[in-house]
Design a protein around this ligand. Structure first.
Ligand SMILES: Cc1cc2nc3c(=O)[nH]c(=O)nc-3n(C[C@H](O)[C@H](O)[C@H](O)COP(=O)(O)OP(=O)(O)OC[C@H]3O[C@@H](n4cnc5c(N)ncnc54)[C@H](O)[C@@H]3O)c2cc1C
Length: 405
């Protein structure tokens, strides 16, 4: 029977990185993945350019950019292996990159650069890779892990679960990690799609469906006074609802049945502007409005009420204020989301209260580790999820090597 110090299931971002670090620290590592293609989520990430980390990540205040039932859990790993550490690695591999919006770092060329880098790190650590290979059963026998795979049974001192989240099942996502966690007595926080477009009832959405493709900067909010969350980002109208960074970000915090509040002209005092226009202009309300929001939005918006379909000087103050209020305090209740097919990540996952934050090791079964997205740590859009994959993988590899030394 093949025997290794460590078997890692899942050769995505976290699994590949953990394998390379552990191998270079002297552990014998087998990395298993069932997908025919390697690291598909890294490949498609960031529109094919991989938004690999974020300079604004503050490991001392992880709750700013991460959610989960225990938001402080990720502090240790994120502060021991930081965004700068990963940037240094990317530089050592000569991969050119640039900073975009809000600290987001992207490769200049293609995500393939990052996959090649992760593979080179695995090669440097002598990692053995089985892919595609599937794991049929996992059991613990005499303090070792035994896995039945389609290439035979394999044994290891440590087992690392890096099978990621449930989003985009067509490229290899599975609930294997969550099932395995439950098999070994771990609690799983209900998984739900996050960083996902939101949808609305077909008929009620009809007036806005014509706006599909329109993007504009907005402020979006959800939650009550106690737990309010807001983002200032771009919104995108789609045929079925809303998307764009503003919606993806808020979707991670939104709870079904609750409303979103949108300000479609966040940098304007729209009411005052329209009242001033009334005093000096005879243009249609829609045309005045188009000085403050995109013309397509202005046109669609005034269709909603006859009192807005006239020259601005003939509109009542009340109607103009109502128009401004409706645009700046638009409240709407999504009927759902585009689901796992379109979600960038999974919120929920293996409960962190049963894992060591320095080692990612199970408190129930020593020698069993969970890293990356399968854990109940979810980052904002913008490179935070990859940084969690790198940091949790690194912490796990260090702990495994220290335990063997
Ligand atoms: C479209 C899209 C774009 C994204 N863009 C970004 C971005 O730019 N920046 C960012 O930070 N995050 C981004 N993300 C999120 C990011 O890709 C994930 O958070 C990250 O890949 C998680 O790493 P992971 O290793 O935990 O899981 P993954 O990278 O998903 O790897 C999991 C691996 O486990 C394997 N696996 C699953 N089940 C089994 C099984 N039963 N047996 C064997 N192997 C199995 C899978 O095949 C996969 O290779 C994006 C996600 C999507 C879907």
């Amino acid at each position: 029977m093949d025997s290794f110090d460590v078997v890692i299931i899942g050769a995505g971002a976290a699994g590949l990185f953990c394998a390379g670090v552990a191998g270079q620290l002297g552990l014998s590592v087998l990395l298993i993945d069932h997908a025919p293609k390697l690291a598909e989520k890294v490949r498609i990430a960031g529109g094919g350019r991989c938004n690999f980390t974020n300079r604004e990540l503050d490991p001392r205040a992880p709750h700013k950019h991460f959610l989960g039932e225990n938001p402080h859990f990720c502090r240790s790993a994120l502060s021991r292996y930081t965004a700068q550490d990963f940037i240094d690695l990317v530089r050592r591999h000569g991969i050119p990159f640039h900073e975009k919006h809000k600290g987001q770092l992207f490769g200049d060329r293609s995500s393939e650069d990052f996959i090649r880098m992760l593979l080179a790190e695995c090669d440097a650590g002598g990692v053995v890779r089985w892919q595609p290979a599937s794991v049929q059963a996992v059991r613990q026998a005499a303090e070792r892990w035994e896995l039945d795979t389609d290439r035979g049974t394999v044994q290891s001192a440590r087992l690392v679960v890096a099978t990621g989240g449930l989003s985009i099942p067509q490229i290899g996502a599975s609930d294997f990690g969550l099932r395995l966690a439950r098999q070994f007595g771990h609690r799983v926080i209900d998984p739900r799609p996050a960083l996902v477009p939101l949808t609305f009832d077909g008929e009620a959405w009809q007036p806005y469906a014509q706006l599909a493709g329109l993007a504009l900067p907005v402020r979006v909010e959800t939650g009550d006074k106690k737990q309010r969350m807001a983002f200032d980002e771009d919104l995108l109208f789609t045929h079925r609802g809303l998307s764009g960074p503003a919606i993806l970000q808020i979707s991670s915090y939104w709870r079904p049945g609750t409303p979103l509040r949108l300000d479609l002209a966040p940098s304007e005092n729209l009411g005052a502007e329209l009242l001033q226009a009334k005093a000096r202009s005879k243009r249609l309300v829609a045309n005045e409005l188009a000085s403050h929001v995109p013309a397509r939005l202005a046109d669609a918006w005034v269709q909603q009420d006859a009192s807005w379909q006239r020259p601005v000087n003939e509109a009542s103050d009340k109607a103009l204020v109502a128009l401004a209020t409706r645009l700046s305090q638009w409240e709407l209740v999504p009927t759902g989301s585009e689901g796992w097919r379109k979600a960038e990540v999974m919120a929920g996952g293996v409960d962190t209260r049963e894992l060591g934050s320095q080692s990612m090791e199970s408190r129930r079964h020593p020698g069993l580790h969970f890293i990356g997205e399968v854990v109940d740590v979810t980052g904002w859009l913008g490179g935070y999820n990859f940084q969690w994959a790198w940091s949790s993988a690194w912490a796990c590899a260090q702990a495994m090597a220290a335990a063997r030394a």
